[in-house]
Ligand binder design. Sequence first.
Ligand SMILES: Cc1ncc(COP(=O)(O)O)c(C=O)c1O
Length: 386
Amino acid sequence: MKKDSRIVHAGRHPENFSGAVNPPVFHASTIVYPTVAKMEAGAVNQFEGVRYGRFGTPTTFAFEEAMAEVEGGTRSIAISSGLAAISGTLMALLKAGDHLLMADCVYYPTRKFCESVLNTFGIETTFYDPQVGAGIKDLIRPNTRVIFAESPGSLTFDVQDIPAIAQAAHAHDALLVLDNTWGVLTFQPFTHGVDVSIQACTKYVVGHADAMLGAITVADPALWKQIKTSVAAFGHSPGAEELYFGLRGLRTLSVRLRHHAQTALTLTAWLKTRPEVARVLYPPLPGDAGHDLWKRDFQGGCGLFGVILTPHSKQAVDALLDGLTHFKLGYSWGGFESLAIPTSGHSVIRTASVWAPEGPSLRFHAGLEDVTDLQADIEAGLDRLS
Ligand SMILES: Cc1ncc(COP(=O)(O)O)c(C=O)c1O
């Protein structure tokens, strides 16, 4: 079966649910047992079967089965948000005295988690230039346990050489963890050497801007057990409705992604020709700094891209953004709707590499609206800018 077909089927077992196409939403905390013997038998293998709501219900297991298919891994762990997937993974894999290599282009809350929580627990983080590639080997220390990548970076769109980083990590017994949110479905992490793939399912998997959800996926069952044990110890527990929204969203993921990506490609190709634009940040666009790596490793794109304007005042950029009608101002992405944010100033923090945009920068998420409406919206914004 081809991937799109497998995702339609994944995690659905109508034979278990009176033939219903979709798994039902189990609202469950307490699970009752008929006998003490059954209770005791359940406790032997804590994470298999339905034992207690926090450890998972048939809705959880359906979502996890489907997410493993989306990511091309063997098992997933559902969790309450993308950031919980990141922090849950790092807390599971690191201990006091360990060293973490973290891409300099990561989503800001990931950076903050390292600098605050991990630091307090005696785990040292070194940020690395996302363009380092195989050169990461020079940064690996005897106590480096995890290398974390985010590719493309969700604000600056740096594409990382994941296979080269994976090779260096494995040569030194370190694990490579990837925030694969931008590359959902178009980057198959485990064929490129990733050990743990993170999805902020809040974005494209849910796809409708109405739920927070995350997933941690692995290829190695032993790693699954290690992460699941830690995640369960922290008490993480995704909501039943959220899991259902994730399940529903992922059935249409590939169709939506193709549309988002086509619109983003049209808009970025046009934006590139505009005199107000210094640079467009969209790896699928020929000429983008990450285009060659994207072409080698990815099978498609999504709707998220960046734009660097030629020098303009903050007031002019605010006028561009404030007057947009289809693109609403909002921090997330991956839903059916178009969004925009300014990314200048403090939103991009670099400590190990240079981020020197020619002018103010913006991030757009191309939604599922008609592309001509979206182009007209940005065009009117560029007029306000000038
Ligand atoms: C790349 C990336 N990773 C992780 C997250 C965190 O996801 P969540 O908002 O579900 O915690 C985000 C959210 O914006 C993101 O953009």
